[in-house]
Design a protein around this ligand. Structure first.
Ligand code: ADP
Ligand code: MG
Length: 728
């Protein structure tokens, strides 16, 4: 056994759980390190407090004097908590978070120093942004972008640094991050949904999108992870034969959480509490060493920030516990991968969840309005929604019969299906009093106030209605939720705007009553968006065929899926809503296809290196042992040696065959990489990596994994699946 493999396993066995002090009561520490309302009341003047709250609730601008007051209060608060530095915290298009720390420190005349943090520093910063992806919007020599304070997501202290959530924009105005389009989408969905909600309740002044994510992840011992170059460099195993026992016994899901892991979770949850991330649920997932963490839902912008922050915190806390967190969507072949379900809904300023049925027919008509409009939006923009969750790593998961297929469809359950079937029959034009009564009593009135327990749980659906929210299940575990959330908000906003226009026409021109008009428009929507509704098994081949007939897209790879991101239709949508302009969209597309190509390139290199530097030399060493053995047998048995050495000779041959095939594939793969690298057009390059380079991975892996089975375990250098998954 290689020293590295041996040491890793040895260390893992000898790990003691890191002791974690019994965490204080959650309610006592929740939000301690957040500059939240309580902290603001304490550290800000009444007027400044009011301005910030106004900015949060109504999006009003904060003027410079107020910013100075706020920064001073924020600094005092942060220093009282031991902070020494501050940073603008943002989410560039790498998908991760970025920060650059500056000390609260300035020298003044007379060699003295003071702690300083002015309004200017709070509101705007200029990080040297040249190294962040910009898709050609800025050339490196004019690397000027700035970060600007987002008051709707409160500042927090992480370690000894005050972190101020910000947007990141080019000087020429283009968004360079994930937050900017998200904020714009939240604004448009607010406007559009408020206008529609007013049909039902005049008092609604604002609608926010809500998000509750569920984060899945793998925890692997740090030494074991470090012993695998593929996990270290690509975040997943690129080879490795399946372990004799995998997840077939279903003995991990919801099982008792191992002590080492539980201590990690406790520590993590304490950190989350301090940071105001309202984590609530934790459990084992389906695969061995796979777990899940879910919070109480929040306003979407905050929830997105919290998820990004959480992923960072998880990685850091894991270090303390000698774990490595894997967010990759498919770290192990043949074992379930990780996703990040995005539970989404709309909530009004009056405290109503617009996707929650109510106790009165009117409330239920409101529910149906938002429910049906969302379905229609998904129907119209299924391709864009699919594109929003596309990544090289998520490709492994979508369509792999464990996560939803790459085909977007909506599951609503049998009860609501019946309701929609009834509504489809509503009279064209004005409704008779009798029909209205019938609708009230038998259709709308039949929707129970609480659907939660009644909705069937179709786990194969990518977009399922789960009682009072939609659950977008196709998002990848490593994704930034801003992407799918931006698309969802945008398409629903667009849909609600169109809906309101249609209803108003019926009211104004056809003199229909409001609810008659609403029923009429909804009826048409139900008819128009039928193809997107699917209640069956999303994993089956039958669905692929059926979906094709229905004209639904089925983009299995990222370059293919990403096309929809810069289609005419998407550009028109984003420009109409003012979320992104054509330049920004093209730039983002460029960044994403480039990232895809790079990821496949890295994987190809790593796989080639491992196969040539680890696998083949080991196989040759073992083959030499066999050859030595055969020679010995020949010496003893003379001409009759073949009888006793047949197995060994067979092995020698098999090993050679595998080595030959591996070498041939690697050589061919490298040739394809060279060709791909010469392609200037990034989208074409991504396709080349996808279609020409990636197919070699399976071939190379297949033969390496065969060798793993043949070669003496003592010699095998790479930590095996059984060790990665079952040692802790
Ligand atoms: P599951 O059964 O899929 O594991 P749960 O019912 O426990 O899920 O809820 C999953 C997530 O949905 C949680 O994060 C929860 O906070 C979130 N959620 C509940 N209601 C809403 C809502 N109205 N808007 C957004 N998310 C919500
Ligand atoms: Mg879920």
């Amino acid at each position: 056994m290689s020293t590295l493999r041996f040491k890793a396993i040895y260390e893992t066995f000898n790990r003691k759980p890191v002791t974690v002090n019994e965490p204080p009561r959650r309610s006592e520490i929740f939000g301690t390190n957040v500059f939240n309302e309580t902290a603001m009341r304490q550290y800000l003047t009444k007027d400044s407090f009011k301005s910030v709250m106004d900015a949060i609730v109504n999006g009003s601008k904060i003027d410079r004097t107020v910013a100075d007051h706020v920064s001073t209060g924020m600094k005092e608060w942060a220093i009282s908590k031991g902070a020494t530095h501050y940073t603008h915290w943002f989410q560039p298009l790498t998908g991760a978070t970025a920060e650059k720390h500056d000390a609260f420190f300035e020298t003044i005349d007379g060699g003295m120093a003071i702690e300083k943090f002015g309004g200017g520093q709070l509101v705007q910063q200029e990080p040297d942004a040249s190294s962040f992806p910009n898709g050609g919007i800025r050339n490196t020599f004019e690397a000027r972008g700035y970060t600007a304070w987002d008051p709707t997501s409160p500042a927090f202290i992480y370690g000894t640094t005050l972190c101020i959530p910000t947007v990141f924009v080019a000087y020429t105005g283009e968004a360079l991050d994930n937050k900017t389009p998200l904020l714009r989408s939240l604004q448009v969905v607010d406007q559009a949904a408020t206008a529609v909600a007013k049909y039902f309740d005049k008092n609604v002044t604002k609608v926010v999108a809500t998000l509750g994510w569920e984060q899945e992840y793998f925890l692997i011992d740090r030494s074991l992870a470090a012993s695998r170059p593929d996990i270290s460099l690509a975040g997943r195993t690129l080879l490795g034969h399946a372990s004799a026992k995998g997840q077939q016994l279903d003995d991990h899901y919801f099982g008792s959480i191992p002590t080492r892991v539980l201590n990690y979770m406790r520590d993590l949850e304490t950190e989350c509490m301090l940071l105001g991330i309202p984590v609530k649920t934790r459990h084992n997932e389906v695969a061995p060493n796979q777990f899940e963490l879910a919070p109480i839902f929040e306003e979407a912008n905050l929830a997105v920030d919290h998820n990004s922050l959480l992923m960072d915190v998880m990685t850091k806390v894991a270090d303390r516990h000698n774990f490595k967190v894997l967010f990759h969507e498919k770290p192990f072949a043949g074992i379930n991968g990780s996703g990040k379900h995005n539970n989404w809904s709309l909530a009004t300023s009056t405290g109503t969840n617009l996707l929650s049925p109510g106790s009165t027919p009117m409330k239920n008509l409101q529910f149906l309005t938002f429910f049906i409009n969302t379905i229609k939006a998904v129907n119209e923009y299924e391709e864009l929604l699919r594109a929003s969750i596309a990544s090289a790593s998520n490709d492994h998961r979508l369509g792999a019969n464990e996560a939803p297929p790459a085909i977007i469809s909506v599951f609503i359950g049998s009860q609501l299906t019946e309701v929609l079937d009834e509504l489809e029959k509503v009279t064209d034009g004005k409704l008779s009093p009798q029909e209205k009564t019938d609708l009230k009593l038998n259709v709308v009135g039949k929707i129970p106030e609480i659907l939660l327990d009644n909705t069937d749980r179709n786990r194969t659906s990518p977009f399922a209605f789960t009682g009072n929210k939609f659950e977008f299940r196709a998002a990848g575990s490593s994704a930034n939720c801003a992407n799918p959330m931006t698309v969802l908000n945008a398409i629903v906003a667009k849909q609600l705007i169109d809906f309101k226009a249609e209803v108003d026409v019926l009211i104004d021109q056809q003199k229909m009553k409001k609810d008659d008009a609403i029923f009429n428009v909804l009826r048409e929507y139900i008819k128009q968006s039928k193809r997107i509704r699917f209640e069956g098994d999303g994993y089956g081949e039958a669905w692929e065929k059926e979906a094709k007939k229905r004209g639904l897209s089925n983009h299995k790879t990222t370059p293919e899926a990403l096309k929809a991101k810069h289609s005419k239709k998407s550009i028109a949508l984003y420009e109409e809503l003012g979320i992104l302009n054509k330049v920004e969209i093209e730039a983002r597309h460029e960044i994403e296809v480039e990232e895809y190509a790079k990821r496949i390139q890295i994987e190809g290199r790593v796989l080639g290196d491992i196969a040539r530097n680890h696998v083949i030399p080991t196989a040759i060493r073992y083959q030499n042992i066999l050859i030595e053995n055969v020679r010995g047998l020949k010496e003893i048995y003379g001409a009759g040696f073949k009888k006793v050495a047949s197995e060994q000779m067979q092995l020698i041959e098999e090993i050679s065959e595998h080595i030959l095939k591996i070498n041939a594939s690697i050589t061919a793969m490298i040739e394809e990489r060279k060709k791909a690298n010469k392609i200037d057009n990034m989208e074409k390059r991504a396709f080349a990596y996808c279609e020409k380079v990636k197919p070699y991975f399976d071939e190379i892996r297949y033969h390496c994994d065969k060798l793993e089975l043949l070669v003496d375990d003592e010699l095998w250098p790479l930590t095996k699946y059984r060790e990665l998954l079952f040692t802790r």
